[in-house]
Design a protein around this ligand. Sequence first.
Ligand code: SF4
Ligand code: SF4
Length: 85
Amino acid sequence: MNNCSVYPLSQAVKGAGGKTGNWRTVKPVIDLEKCSGCLLCWIFCPEACIGKNDRSIDYTYCKGCGICETECPKKAIVMVKEEGK
Ligand code: SF4
Ligand code: SF4
């Protein structure tokens, strides 16, 4: 269990930018074998679309910015090109 006491201020919802998943040309894929559960990706994701408990990604709102990949200290996240984009 992680002792992190920081919680995101928002949840992934459709806002002025629409469903931000439509912006994506690359998507993050998490290798849970490498993941230490530090939750930095969950904290830094600007769309609040990474699941705290299971690191699942809500691709409806993930815009493919790659911040999670940059912040992951375990290199457990890789950005993969979306097919057809
Ligand atoms: S690519 Fe950006 S929007 Fe998508 S999960 Fe990572 S930090 Fe969040
Ligand atoms: S930042 Fe990387 S190691 Fe930390 S919870 Fe996310 S995927 Fe796992």
